[in-house]
Design a protein around this ligand. Structure first.
Ligand SMILES: *[C@@H]1O[C@H](CO)[C@@H](O)[C@H](O)[C@H]1NC(C)=O
Ligand SMILES: *[C@@H]1O[C@H](CO)[C@@H](O)[C@H](O)[C@H]1NC(C)=O
Ligand SMILES: *[C@@H]1O[C@H](CO)[C@@H](O)[C@H](O)[C@H]1NC(C)=O
Ligand SMILES: *[C@@H]1O[C@H](CO)[C@@H](O)[C@H](O)[C@H]1NC(C)=O
Length: 475
């Protein structure tokens, strides 16, 4: 009997020492993104289509007095617009359903200032419908812009009446065109416009009721914020977090706060960088598309700084994306593929200052090479005075690279506040935030046996989902 007890104790001790429990994921560092915000961030590139009355009057801001008879895009083919978006690699497309001039691209029941009064398709056309159908046929998601400022609508200036009118149009767009992934609100308003409050909070609540997985964009979120400029350039420090209570739609004094975000922000409202492929938002005969190297610069300054790039491509008066713009988009995508489709870090041996759950566990340093954003390297929880690091020993010490890509597992919160990149102990890049994606251009191409990323300040232990090394021949 005593002997049996002895062997049971021995057995239990054995279990205690050989059974290693799977390490749990670390706690998030709030605020964290919603599922829709996370999906939005991973898109990286969204395409905007500014099209409407201005396309026919060669202007950027119409007056509202334009005759609907001017609108006649005889060759309009929304499938060709979607081809352009697909060629650039966008998974979401946003259309200006109504711009400031008030002309509606769908036959709204609340105004006759719309396609229904135009010669296009004998007044039976609906650009929003064609856009939505073309996108869904290609598996591309749709977003809409409905300008709050309306220079045609006669109730504009009568606060309650106009807010009701706007809400009615919003309801048409959000109930009759299927699933809408993003809705875009801006605070643009001419200096001469009648002073009037927009009931943004009522509008937002209605939007969320009608489309449960939509992201609402505005200067102040709530889901996605404006980056504070129209040049496609985020701050080199760029937090997904802000204090929403500090934001106000249409307040230009907040532009630098929007550009960098707030490390202490209590709300997850990541930035979107809107910029046009041409100088203007609408198509003009006298303007041409930016070069591939300009577009790449924009990419590094937006996607490479924790933002999503919203690139505007204006269709022409025939109703088509111009051939030159189409070629430019293909060139832009080809350039991105040539830079990022090969990763010189692939096949590296990875080690780190610490690995949650031990080496070879589910939070191992090698996760940064796995090409899966859901897996990540996690440092141990203990607070490190001198920072955390991860190091890659490259398989090919002769491979030249001039771009370093670092990605945080943002689903668990944005954490990194300061970091440095060393190649064979030499400092080659440094910066503050990382976020969804941080791209460092090194200026000159280098080779290295070992690349180490040193995280000197962080809100909690850092979690990295990817580290990549690339060669950009366009630099
Ligand atoms: C504003 O109103 C003034 C005076 O009526 C006019 O001269 C000016 O052109 C208007 N500006 C705009 C942007 O409409
Ligand atoms: C944002 O809110 C946090 C928490 O209340 C606060 O600590 C921080 O100072 C705020 N940021 C700014 C810029 O006021
Ligand atoms: C092209 O023409 C439009 C309309 O006349 C004008 O607003 C715009 O400034 C012009 N663009 C350039 C680059 O000159
Ligand atoms: C590191 O950051 C400082 C500014 O904080 C900058 O002057 C320096 O050039 C950076 N070094 C590298 C290698 O990027």
């Amino acid at each position: 009997m005593r002997c049996a007890l002895f062997w049971i104790i021995v057995f239990l001790l054995h279990c205690r020492f050989t059974y290693s429990r799977l390490a749990t994921p670390p706690l998030p560092v709030p605020p964290i993104p919603s599922a829709s915000q996370l999906k939005w961030h991973r898109r990286e590139l969204i395409m905007f289509f500014h099209f409407g009355m201005n396309t026919f009057t060669d202007s950027e801001w119409g007056t509202g007095a334009e005759s609907p008879s001017l609108f006649n895009p005889v060759a309009l083919d929304a499938r060709q617009w979607i081809d352009a978006a697909a060629a650039a690699g966008a998974s979401l497309v946003i259309l200006t359903a109504k711009h400031h001039d008030g002309f509606c691209l769908w036959p709204s029941r609340y105004t006759d200032h719309s396609v229904a009064k135009s010669p296009w398709k004998g007044g039976k056309g609906d650009v929003v419908r064609e856009f939505v159908d073309a996108a869904s046929a290609r598996g591309i998601d749709v977003g809409l812009y409905l300008s709050p400022w309306d220079r045609h609508e006669e109730t504009y200036g009568l606060e309650v009446e106009y807010n009701e009118f706007y809400l009615a149009q919003l309801q048409e767009l959000l109930t009759e065109y299927g699933s809408i992934s993003e809705i875009w609100f801006d605070g643009a308003k001419g200096g001469n416009a009648t002073k009037m409050n927009y009931y943004f909070e009522d509008w937002f609540e209605t939007v969320n009721q009608l489309q449960s997985s939509i992201n609402i964009f505005s200067d102040a979120g709530p889901d996605v914020r404006w980056v504070g400029d129209e040049a496609g350039s985020a701050g080199s420090t760029c937090w997904s977090t802000v204090n929403r209570t500090m934001l106000k739609i249409g307040d230009s004094s907040l532009e630098s706060y929007l550009n960098t975000g707030d490390p202490h922000g209590t709300d997850w409202v990541p930035p979107e960088c809107d910029v046009s492929i041409r100088p203007g938002w609408f198509w003009h005969k006298n303007e041409t598309a930016k070069s591939v190297s300009q577009l790449l610069n924009i990419y590094y300054n937006s996607v490479g700084r924790n933002c999503v790039l919203l690139l505007n491509v204006p269709p022409n008066p025939a109703g088509l994306v111009s051939c030159d713009d189409m070629q430019r988009l293909k060139g832009f995508r080809a350039a991105l593929s040539s830079i990022f489709s090969s990763d010189l870090a692939t096949g590296s041996a990875a080690k780190a200052s610490s690995q949650r759950g031990g080496k070879g566990g589910q939070f191992a340093a090698s996760n940064v090479l796995a090409g899966d954003e859901r897996t990540y390297w996690a440092a141990e929880d203990d607070d490190r005075k001198h920072g955390y690091w991860i190091e890659l020993a490259l398989p090919n010490a002769n491979a030249r690279f001039n771009v370093v890509r670092i990605q945080e597992a943002i689903a668990m919160g944005q954490r990194i506040m300061k970091h440095k990149v060393f190649a064979d102990k030499k400092l080659v890049a440094n910066g503050t935030t990382v976020g969804y994606k941080r791209l460092h251009r090194l200026g000159t191409a280098i080779t290295a046996r070992r690349v180490r990323i040193w995280i000197s300040e962080s809100r909690g232990p850092p979690l990295l989902s990817a580290v990549g090394l690339h060669y950009d021949p366009f630099q």
